[in-house]
Design a protein. Structure first.
Length: 161
């Protein structure tokens, strides 16, 4: 398969997805697409199998948790496009686990009563299963990003560009 991608000043051909994710812009676009796809799947599962954003069946909860973690990973990559994938995955997992721990205080439960967006971001109640599902949503994206990195470039360096 041959892809045509814009290079500096001209179009160039690459033989696969490797080599496409070289610029910060390309990485950020991929992160936005990744986040939108994760959220679309999560809301799609809730709509098809639950019928409401507040549905709490096992399928909706577990897929929603994993896909929430995927969206958090995409947000980390968007904010820090040169962050190595494993580090981005650890940051995303730390955020997810931090939010889950915050749920032990009851603050997210109280906030979720007033705003559905806050409920979707901070959840409602602590659940040990969520702690296990977060890596299930992050790990595949870390592996995908590692595979998409151009060969021979080594780990991405964190830069301010």
């Amino acid at each position: 398969m041959r892809l045509r991608v814009a290079g500096p000043g001209r179009w160039r051909r690459v033989s696969s997805i490797r080599g496409v994710l070289q610029s910060n812009r390309a990485i950020r676009v991929a992160a936005v697409v990744m986040g939108v796809v994760a959220l679309a799947i999560a809301f799609g599962v809730r709509a098809v199998f639950g019928g409401a954003l507040y549905s709490n069946g096992a399928l909706q909860q577990n897929t929603g948790t994993a896909l929430y973690a995927s969206a958090v990973y995409a947000a980390v990559v968007f904010v820090a496009p040169r962050c190595p994938p494993v580090v981005a995955g650890l940051v995303a997992a730390a955020w997810c686990w931090g939010v889950e721990a915050l749920q032990l205080t009851g603050v997210p439960h109280e906030l979720s009563r007033y705003n559905i967006m806050l409920r979707l971001i901070f959840g409602d109640a602590f659940d040990w299963l969520d702690v296990l599902w977060y890596p299930a949503g992050i790990l595949p994206l870390v592996l995908l990003e590692v595979l998409a990195r151009p060969r021979g470039t080594g780990p991405r360096r964190i830069t301010s560009r």
